[in-house]
Write a protein that binds this ligand. Sequence first.
Ligand SMILES: [Zn+2]
Length: 135
Amino acid sequence: MPSGPIIFSVTKKENLFYVDVKQDEYTAYLSQSMQKPANFAIWHRCLAHTGTDTLQNMIRNKLVDGMNTYGEIALGEMCKDCIFEKHISHPYNGTMVKERDVLECVHIDLWGLVQVQSARDAHYFMAITDGFSLY
Ligand SMILES: [Zn+2]
């Protein structure tokens, strides 16, 4: 027979299982955390690289039972995983020189063959943008 508090129950109706969470207890549970404290960086990684402010709020206000920590409540250094994985693109390595006049630099994007042709039967598209005016 299991011991400890019941935090949810499951009932089956036809072919679906319905989870009934006790709404009077707004508590998050983490396994193993009550036995072994972890520092801020480990919690950051364990909780899917949660934002620093959110994680600090969780710890300082004791929002999660069993979330034992030690050490400083901050990341000691920037998280490399967050830097590389949360950016859409990597920064340019070189410097960018801004155009000073119209038609000094023209950017052309050509793409195709598209599977669905345009209203005028085009299968390729080309966008031409002036680097100075952005038209
Ligand atoms: Zn991270």
